[in-house]
Design a protein around this ligand. Sequence first.
Ligand SMILES: Nc1nc2c(ncn2[C@@H]2O[C@H](COP(=O)(O)OP(=O)(O)O)[C@@H](O)[C@H]2O)c(=O)[nH]1
Ligand SMILES: [Mg+2]
Length: 633
Amino acid sequence: MKHVIIGTAGHVDHGKTTLIQALTGTNPDRLKEEQERGMTIDIGFAALRLPDGTVAGIVDVPGHERFLKNMLAGASGVDVVLLVVAADESVMPQTVEHLEILRLLDVKNGVVALTKTDMAEKEWTDAVEEDVRAHLQGTFLADAPILRVSAVAGKGIDALKRALQSAVSRAEARNLSLPFRLPVDRVFTRPGFGTVITGTLVAGKMRLGDAVEIVPQKIQTRVRGLQVHGQKVTEAEAGSRVAVNLAGVETEEIARGAQLAPPGVLAPTRALDAVLRLLLTAPRPLKDRARVRLHLGTAEILGRIRLLNAQTEMEPGGRGYVQFSGETEFACARGDRFVVRAYSPMTTIGGGIVLDAAPARHRNGSPEVLAALAAKERGTPEDLVETTLARCPFGLPKKELPATAGLLPAETEPAIQALIAGGKVATLPGERLFALPALNTLTDRARAALEAYHTQFPLRPGMPKEELRAALGREADPRAFASLLTYWQERSLLVSEGATVRLTGFQVELNERQKALLERIEHVYRADGIFSPTLEEVCREVKAPPDAVEAMLRVGMERGQFVKAQEGVYYHADTIAHLQQLVRDYLQSHGTITVGALRDMTQSNRKFALLVLEYFDQIRFTRRQGDERVLFS
Ligand SMILES: Nc1nc2c(ncn2[C@@H]2O[C@H](COP(=O)(O)OP(=O)(O)O)[C@@H](O)[C@H]2O)c(=O)[nH]1
Ligand SMILES: [Mg+2]
């Protein structure tokens, strides 16, 4: 199912919050102060069930310019905007400012609601609609439907829902194969649970139990609880509003603006390189080294902007490469959109796209730096390889890369080498390439799955391989999985043996009762020698149920105390060693051995002598030649 976030926008008092309540039945104003003053201060949330059953998350933002910072935090995760204009007031300053912010954030899709139509004459409303249409010209909302509603009279609400549904169905799907990313918008404590954060999952999938890093704080933790729209879930997909209960994190350690991602995917940074566009409506040119507020994700970061084009200022409407240096650390990634506001007065002046999230300090006007940034903006072979691999959570065979990335093989190879050297791409056995974040996600997932398995089945030597493959994800094809297993084994993360895998260092631990049972079972098998007892006989003898005996036999086999000759037929390793010695001696003097010869030597019967020799064939100690056996090699 598609997951989409609808965000409100528009001037204060134009009826955004009331409209959300009319659409969803939820009052998104959750603070006491908001309800007392009848004004939205911080972002609020609701869930909208659309006529086709899709549930969209709604983020309601404050319209008052004093709380624009909160609007920016809410706008960062929006797919579809619901622009609200009061029919009795028409376009006002924050209508324009919000629209500009949404354009800078590259929102592509939306619906306009003319509210409070019960307060205005029809002719007046017609004029307002014209005014609105004029303001939308040249923007992503140029062709958006404009719907007339009255939240108070309950008019036009169903038509608005249908228009929203159609916008939602047009919204681009978010990238689910990227590592998950969650900018935090709220942090609070739930008694009995501990710290809970909420936010819009902007990329990837988050699962219960996933390892998480909080950036820039660099806190490593785990998803202990996960909710979407107030329902417990085991997995949340990008485009959902989620609440995450984090293990062992104090509420004071995190705040709005932090981001959650799998460990190692995001690094805290103090600077970013970007392409910046200054709004035509910016009140004055932007000076080199001007102090600004940069809004990225849910964060507001104070810092200075250096113009890299060797200018002393950038004119309104201008665009160029810049380096932003924060006064504090923050989280960002290449391709992130951001909005810039002047330090004072706090007006929105522009915005841009991050081209490098961990840049070096540059000399102003250096042609090399400008060329490198231009290449990053355009997309070099390296970029294309990196972004292609980022879209492949289970890697890609090297030979498929050029075609998938739309590159020539000759330009692909140097790009791969550079990315490997830069620690962004890894080659795995079987000539398979992985983006490092994707690989780290899988490694964490494998480790978590194995840990969980060992905890649940402490007596089993390991997890069936197929189960581990399933735990990694539906898309893990056998070739990718084989490549990963070899890689993890080489890295000593796990040991792969036969049909099972276990974490390196995992050992079956027995309690006193189990140790005693294993000893009694050993005693029975040792005493019976070649006359291997049936399972029922063993159970009777040691007075234990079959599953307990079988579990101990598995443990014993893992430890080399038992061997399995056939389904249900076990021998003590000492018995086998003894028989092997007998057969070896016999073969040394006779060259060949028959079933009858072994039977006589062991004073047993044909059945057991045959069983043992067949086992020896199986382990390639002997080889059958007609009715006789010879040494295998
Ligand atoms: N008459 C009328 N009043 C409305 C309508 N929608 C909202 N209001 C009123 O307008 C005021 C501001 O609404 P609110 O939803 O808080 O605006 P917001 O600041 O955009 O969230 C409140 O007093 C609402 O009761 C409407 O459709 N008709
Ligand atoms: Mg409001």
